[in-house]
Design a protein around this ligand. Structure first.
Ligand code: NI
Ligand code: MN
Length: 227
């Protein structure tokens, strides 16, 4: 499976011929200035919660590609009603849906979820994707939570995408514990370095995972890796 990092908590995966992007926040991110948002191909846009650093470019990418937005009911309704973008699939916590690329489950996250215009964004979440190629978990913005111990009951994960930047989400030490809870050895770190509150020491972050026998991958912005 191809994995491309677009900075902050935005990444894309390609599952067979389907392109899926998560939490698009590119054009406001100075670190991602080299990314051409309008060149991004997307069939689906999965949005974990309503904060601006997760939705900034979602509508633009959706309109460019006629992509399907997948998120919780309140966020999907906001795109449909406020932005008149109808192509969207609503979910809510604990629910799963079989898309053409695989089965998606919307999971709990401990965080908040107001939308950029002050609209109510429902509760924040994350996603488990079980596909014919790989199974993975994107936690969204979240604290470490005991709910993560449920995830191995639903999916044998090949990799997981976890926030590690601290202050707004769990930091790398808690994320390393999360890797144990979800029983996953290969972690891609996101939600770090974008702004002052979440700058981290990369070598210390990697060491925290190594101490638990886990691998922390920190891809460069714009980099595509085979995972
Ligand atoms: Ni957030
Ligand atoms: Mn965030």
């Amino acid at each position: 499976m191809k994995f491309t990092f677009y900075g902050h908590a935005c990444f894309a995966v390609q599952i067979q011929e389907t392109n899926i992007i998560f939490d698009p926040f590119i054009s406001p991110n100075e670190l991602a200035a080299d990314i051409d948002v309008d060149a991004i191909k997307a069939d689906y846009i999965l949005i974990s919660h309503g904060h601006g650093d997760h939705v900034a470019d979602a509508l633009r990418i959706a309109q460019n590609n006629e992509a399907t937005i997948v998120s919780n009911f309140e966020i999907v309704s906001w795109y449909q009603n406020t932005h008149k973008y109808p192509k969207a699939h609503p979910m809510n916590h604990g629910g799963s849906w079989n898309f053409d690329f695989g089965k998606v489950k919307y999971t709990n996250a401990v965080h908040t979820s107001g939308l950029p215009d002050g609209s109510y964004g429902g509760y924040p979440g994350g996603f488990i994707v079980n596909s014919a190629e790989k199974n993975f978990y994107y936690a969204g913005d979240t604290a470490l939570t005991y709910d993560m111990k449920l995830i191995p009951m639903w999916s044998k994960l090949d990799f997981a995408v976890l926030p590690i930047g601290d202050n707004f989400t769990m930091g790398y030490e808690d994320a390393a514990i999360a890797a144990e809870f979800i029983e996953c050895d290969k972690i891609i770190g996101v939600h770090f370095d974008t702004f002052g509150f979440i700058k981290i020491d990369h070598s210390k972050a990697k060491a925290a995972f190594e101490a638990k026998g886990k691998e922390l991958i920190l891809p460069k912005i714009g980099e595509t890796i085979d995972i």
